[in-house]
Design a protein around this ligand. Structure first.
Ligand SMILES: [Zn+2]
Length: 160
């Protein structure tokens, strides 16, 4: 939304609708938000961003970093597939922790370590634990810690 249009819409809201907008949805460097941020008083309007746009921004910055930095691209380095995977986990981390910044930061870090793990180097220590976890490793670990698999359950029922 252009800044002139945003300012026009927000400024006429009180007069024509007897309401004040409290939030503005915009992207990172939105000039429209700057034009309405203090329209009803100091910081009277807060800005919200679309998670999809934030996800896309991460992808673009990683691709830009990859193209500008020597030695980052390669088979076992920052591949396009890895960037896509990281972008998806980043989105999951944000969506599953809306309203809780500390958990969101922790989830983003754990998603990075999760994506960087492989069969030779496991880094799932920060991944969420439990059957609802998005981490296959932690889910598998839960099953190994005493909860029998479906096959074992059936076998136990047959034996006893
Ligand atoms: Zn993990």
């Amino acid at each position: 939304m252009e800044s002139v249009g945003a300012h026009r819409i927000f400024s006429r809201s009180v007069k024509s609708r007897q309401l004040k907008y409290t939030t503005y949805y915009g992207d990172g460097d939105s000039k429209g938000f700057l034009s309405v941020q203090n329209i009803y008083g100091i910081n009277s309007v807060c800005k919200l961003e679309c998670i999809g746009h934030i996800q896309k921004r991460v992808e673009l910055r990683l691709r830009k970093l990859k193209s500008k930095t020597r030695g980052l691209s390669g088979k076992v380095k920052l591949t396009d597939a890895f960037i896509d995977k990281l972008q998806n986990y980043y989105g999951i981390a944000i969506r599953s922790n809306t309203g809780n910044l500390k958990n969101m930061q922790q989830s983003v870090i754990s998603a990075l370590f999760h994506c960087a793990s492989n069969k030779n180097k496991s880094m799932h220590g920060q991944c969420p634990i439990g059957k609802e976890s998005w981490c296959f490793y932690q889910q598998g670990k839960l099953w190994q810690m005493g909860k029998p698999s479906v096959k074992n359950t059936l076998a136990c029922q047959i034996i006893f």
